[in-house]
Design a protein. Structure first.
Lengths: 305, 299
């Protein structure tokens, strides 16, 4: 009997502690909202795994060049520059920018009006564009036999209607077409759907690959694979992945800048509140020539100035 | 309680209540986790319903109206985990019997730490090795379009759960009372009969427990199956087809699901289903073992 009462007392106290913790949580969040100035010198950026290498490289360069904030601008204190860059996906980047976990969220998709509203008091900065090339393995003869595909042929391939390479063009082999796509709720998939598929569902036999890097790896390893790859990765591996033209338009720099090549998505940095002075300096750095250099180096298309 | 000195009774009460507190908090954590999953996924259960969600064969949560059905993923999960057990159980049991009964001491002393080290290898390394080596091997050897399949995932999972089966089975065999061995030796039966006919049935409970642990582990493994199962949305029709087990589904899509959307809630619902499945397997095996215990028991 004593044990039972003791157990009841314990449970009740734990439950009441939990509810009290809930109250404290709200108050703390309210206080956080009221204080806009950061006292720590670290900048936290997270979100899209496509943009993460670009921002990480810029952060590295920025930190190495200046080392402490007072070298960036004499008005700042002499504190070391600390910038954290993490991944987690565009959706995670959006959410975390809104709830304040990150100072900036990296998002690689067009924002709809509802999402744009959440950043009305902050910033939405476009650093460049990530263009999706339709890539095939360099050993695949389609690059020589049929280097241009129409949108209809692309839809037929990616929806599973065209099952073998021979059905696409009789000069090709009778091997099955292996379709590599990104996860179907993600940013890259959305871009491809808007530009090419336009609502037609992707074949249920398509391989969903967790990251762009792994997708490029699949195309490089497997000669029967076709998939949409970030142009940056294609440019980094010119002799292993060959991009195909779509409707006669090749994914060259001119066609992308002029807007003729349509399969692309913006590289965005979003923040909920106006960045403070130090964070603004990093943002300026990203948009300066040095940032553009890194974007180009990684193979992406910088926003034209 | 007869206390030697006045202070020790209080000390006993304090220490026992600390332990009870710790056990209660652990159980409450599990309960809290389940309730959180239920709360986040509640709209799915109320709108789509249990049969609709579990039996639905179409997973397209980003179109309007969203269609969320995880039947192909359920089948893939069970197939991958079951397949892993099919491969690992004979090897694991054999290894355990060898280590417990037949191995010379120096060899056993070498084998055991090596097997334990297998549990320490991060699952992402297994996945990466499988993707680089196993997938390529299947593509080359069997001339497949692409080498990912539930079988490849099962193979890697078998390597991952092997140590669990071996360690638990060996413990079960070792904890059999030595009287049975003496009786066997006294009666002059062969070593093989002693092990297979007498000791194995006695160690049944521990070995089944090992299998349940391994099955739960295999069902929940994420990184290895994410890279090896192919992640296709079609219902797999053979072991060598591609599929998308539930942990891979959640890991793949949670990063890009907008919080609060149907997609997000459906992924939480899938997570709840997965947790409940693992709990059900464990509970089921425990119940089964309770009934087995009615026979000869020693473990």
């Amino acid at each position: 009997m004593r044990r039972k009462t003791w157990l009841t007392v314990l449970l009740v106290s734990i439950l009441s502690l939990c509810s009290l913790a809930g109250c404290a949580g709200d108050k703390q969040e309210g206080e956080k909202e009221a204080a806009p100035e950061k006292t720590t010198a670290s900048i936290k950026i997270g979100g899209s795994s496509t943009m993460a290498p670009i921002i990480a490289k810029c952060a590295d360069n920025f930190t190495e060049e200046f080392k402490t904030w007072d070298k960036v601008d004499a008005g700042f204190p002499e504190e070391p520059i600390v910038i954290f860059v993490s991944t987690g996906g565009s959706g995670f980047g959006l959410k975390s920018a809104v709830d304040g976990t990150f100072d900036f969220g990296m998002v690689t998709k067009d924002l709809n009006d509802e999402e744009k509203e959440q950043f009305a008091n902050g910033t939405i900065t476009q650093l460049g564009s990530d263009v999706l090339d339709i890539g095939v393995n360099s050993a695949n003869p389609v690059a020589k036999v049929k280097p241009n595909l129409t949108t209809e042929e692309l839809v037929a391939i990616f929806s599973g209607k065209t099952k073998t390479w021979k059905e696409l063009d009789p000069a090709l082999s009778d091997r099955p077409i292996v379709i590599a796509v990104r996860d179907l709720g993600g940013g890259a998939s959305e871009v491809f759907d808007k530009a090419v598929m336009k609502g037609t569902p992707i074949s249920p036999e398509a391989l969903q690959i967790p990251s762009m890097g792994a997708l490029a790896g699949k195309i490089m390893d497997n000669a029967d694979t076709i998939g949409y790859v970030s142009s940056g990765l294609v440019n980094q591996n010119p002799d292993k992945i060959i991009p195909l033209s779509v409707d006669g338009i090749a994914p060259t720099l001119e066609n992308i800048s002029s807007g003729q090549y349509k399969i692309g998505r913006p590289l965005l940095l979003v923040s909920k509140d106006k960045p403070d002075d130090r964070t603004q300096k990093f943002l300026d750095y990203l948009q300066s020539d040095k940032g553009i250099e890194v974007v180009e180096e990684m193979g992406y298309i910088p926003v034209s100035r | 309680m007869i206390s030697v000195n006045p202070g020790s009774e209080l000390k006993e009460k304090v220490t026992s209540s600390i332990f009870i507190g710790a056990a209660t908090i652990s159980s409450l954590l599990l309960l809290a986790m389940l309730l959180f999953l239920l709360r986040e996924s509640w709209p799915i259960w109320s709108q789509v319903g249990i049969t609709g969600f579990l039996g639905g064969a179409v997973w397209r949560p980003v179109i309007t109206p969203p269609q969320v059905g995880i039947m192909p993923m359920l089948v893939s999960t069970l197939w991958v985990a079951g397949g892993a057990l099919l491969i690992a159980a004979p090897m694991g049991f054999g290894c355990a019997i060898f280590l417990a009964e037949f191995a010379p001491v120096p060899l056993a002393a070498l084998l055991r730490p090596v097997l334990n080290m297998l549990t320490g290898i991060p699952s992402v390394v297994y996945g990466f090795l499988g993707a680089a080596v196993l997938v390529k091997f299947f593509e080359v050897k069997f001339d497949l379009g692409s080498g990912e399949s539930l079988f490849a995932a099962s193979l890697i999972l078998a390597v991952m759960v092997l140590p669990f089966i071996v360690v638990n089975s060996e413990t079960a065999l070792r904890s059999i009372a030595p009287e049975y061995r003496y009786a066997g030796i006294a009666l002059g039966v062969s070593r093989q009969y002693l092990v297979l006919g007498i000791l194995l049935p006695l160690a049944r409970k521990g070995m089944l427990g090992a299998l349940a642990l391994a099955f739960g582990r295999a069902m929940g493994e994420t990184m290895a199956v994410l890279m090896l199962a192919g992640n296709t949305l079609k219902l797999p029709v053979s072991w060598f087809a591609k599929g998308e087990p539930l942990p891979a589904l959640i890991a793949l899509e949670l990063g890009s699901a907008t919080p609060g959307s149907t997609h997000y809630q459906a992924l939480f619902a899938a997570g709840l289903v997965l947790v409940l499945m693992v709990i059900a397997i464990n509970l089921g095996i425990n119940l089964l073992l309770h009934r087995l215990q009615k026979g000869v028991n020693s473990v």
